[in-house]
Design a protein around this ligand. Structure first.
Ligand SMILES: [Zn+2]
Ligand SMILES: [Zn+2]
Length: 170
């Protein structure tokens, strides 16, 4: 038995990205086993392992466990507090090799699309350019892969559709 997951405007398909997985485990917030469990990072004081995407969407998991699911360090100063709150507390995060970063554009958080390899971004000059500014030379970027030691994380602006990415390594 599995219900369709709730929708998240800053994380469009958390099943596709692997942040929500099929599982028969019960959510530690609502006590229900609805077939899907969040598998991304949970930053909370007390250990909590199983949270369902519905308890992320309605904010109840973040409230009950004082949890955050990603970080917004480095967010531009023009991002409204309510947006940061939604990204931290009501949006599934994703696991990176290093501390994850959320990306921002047009005074808003962008939507996370998932991990990418070089083939996914080779024809996106703005993304290549942004990664170069981050310090990745073109030789390294060719080794970017979805499941290798050097991975890209792709986002899309909800307003101008610009694609953004950053990369990290194991
Ligand atoms: Zn739940
Ligand atoms: Zn934009």
């Amino acid at each position: 038995m599995q219900s369709a997951p709730p929708s998240f405007r800053y994380h469009l398909d958390p099943i596709l990205t692997g942040s929500v997985v099929n599982s028969s485990d019960e959510c530690e917030r609502c006590g229900q086993a609805r077939g899907l469990i969040y598998s991304g990072p949970i930053y909370a004081v007390d250990e909590v392992e199983f949270i369902c995407p519905w308890c992320i969407a309605d904010g109840s998991a973040a409230r009950e466990f004082s949890a955050e699911f990603t970080t917004v360090d480095g967010a531009p100063s023009d991002i409204p507090r309510a947006v940061l709150d939604e990204v931290l507390h009501r949006t599934p995060g994703f696991a990176g090799w290093q501390q994850e970063r959320w990306l921002f554009h047009c005074s808003d958080a962008t939507a996370y699309l998932g991990r990418v390899g070089y083939g996914d971004i080779a024809d996106l000059p703005s993304v290549i350019q942004a990664l170069a500014v981050d310090g990745w030379d073109s030789g390294s970027l060719q080794h970017l892969s979805v499941d290798g030691d050097l991975t890209g994380y792709l986002f899309r602006c909800r307003h101008c559709e610009a694609k953004l990415a950053y990369a990290d390594a194991s």
